[in-house]
Design a protein around this ligand. Structure first.
Ligand code: PPE
Length: 305
């Protein structure tokens, strides 16, 4: 259960948490055309709160909306301000932020016509996405039989609501089989991303992650590539097959919710020593320092609340 906050930002106004309901004919509820974001705010070592890469998340929301013909009736600055205000009115020092752009009720049918484009901003506390133990010791993943979207079926670089049915199918399939997370292949059979995370492998000290062809351009992925290169690691954006996954010394996922989650097993093959490897651990260490404001060289990524 999501822990309730006091207020939700809905179409530019604050409403009580329990009053933030929509009509059953809300277009997005029926057909899935909407875009959303997932952003984290961290409590810093100095007691302040900082939102990680806020500007980039708001930009991705607007780019996705543009691709999806959703005309957001607010400016980027208004959404940015709305996010900051929502955390402030709720007195939240840390947590997850979910902006959602959706089509309201009015006309039905696949043409949304003049239905209002609506925006909500919701904030709630969210701990480790795949569990505290998963974050510390690594999780067990399975390659799903559900393949990721083809670039001409869905718009794979957007966080479109409907895209996630594919992720949910994969997640349900593997969790019913006892695994923690689903790894998905692209339409050509190469490793693509996880249900809600990007993926990296490490082999012989070199890091590899799939290119942006048909995946979400993860903001954590981008941050981890920058941090890794600054740490002197070699990172290549190159596609790879599932046997390369099995042979990897280390595998980890990146995402706003998942942060940097080590993977200790894939399809019943132990990865490396079956525990987070040295590269993953180093990147986790630096990443958490960065998001909590104790790395001056990455201050430009933080927006203080
Ligand atoms: N791929 C997918 C498919 C994805 O959903 C996410 C984020 C990522 C990669 C990583 O992107 P980024 O957060 O910019 O590093 N998944 C969001 C959804 C989580 C949810 O279950 O809801 C997230 O991490 O916020």
């Amino acid at each position: 259960m999501v822990e309730k906050a006091k207020k939700i930002w809905l179409d530019g106004k604050f409403v009580d948490w329990d009053a933030a309901s929509v009509h059953i004919l809300t277009h997005t509820l029926h057909y899935g055309l909407g875009v959303f974001e997932g952003i984290r705010c961290y409590l810093c070592a100095d007691g302040r709160s900082a939102i990680f890469r806020l500007r980039e998340h708001v930009d991705r929301l607007f780019e996705g909306a543009h691709v999806m013909f959703l005309n957001i009736p607010f400016t980027r600055e208004e959404i940015l301000g709305g996010i900051l205000e929502t955390l402030r009115v709720n007195g939240q020092k840390a947590g997850y932020i979910r902006p959602l752009v959706f089509i309201g009720d009015g006309a039905m049918g696949l043409h949304p016509q003049n239905n209002q484009v609506r925006v909500a901003i919701v904030t709630w506390p969210w701990g480790a996405y795949l569990g505290e133990e998963g974050l510390a010791k690594g999780i067990r993943a399975k390659v799903s039989s559900h393949i990721r979207h083809h670039v001409n079926i869905m718009m794979t670089k957007t966080k479109t609501c409907g895209n996630y049915v594919n992720s949910i199918l994969a997640k349900l399939e593997v969790t019913k089989d006892g695994y923690d997370e689903a790894i998905m292949l692209d339409t050509e059979g190469y490793v693509c991303e996880a249900s809600g995370e990007n993926i990296f492998i490490v082999r012989h000290g070199r890091m590899k992650t799939p290119p942006l062809t048909s995946i979400l351009p993860g903001i954590t992925r981008d941050s981890v590539m920058t941090i890794a290169r600054d740490q002197g690691f070699v990172v290549e954006e190159q596609r790879f097959s599932r046997d390369e996954l099995y042979m990897a010394d280390e595998v980890f996922f990146t995402g706003t919710a998942a942060e940097i989650t080590p993977v200790r097993e894939v399809d019943r093959r132990t990865i490396g020593q079956g525990q987070p490897g040295p590269v993953t651990r180093k990147l986790q260490e630096v990443f958490f320092q960065v998001v909590k404001g104790s790395r001056p060289e990455y201050q430009q990524w933080l927006t203080y609340v």
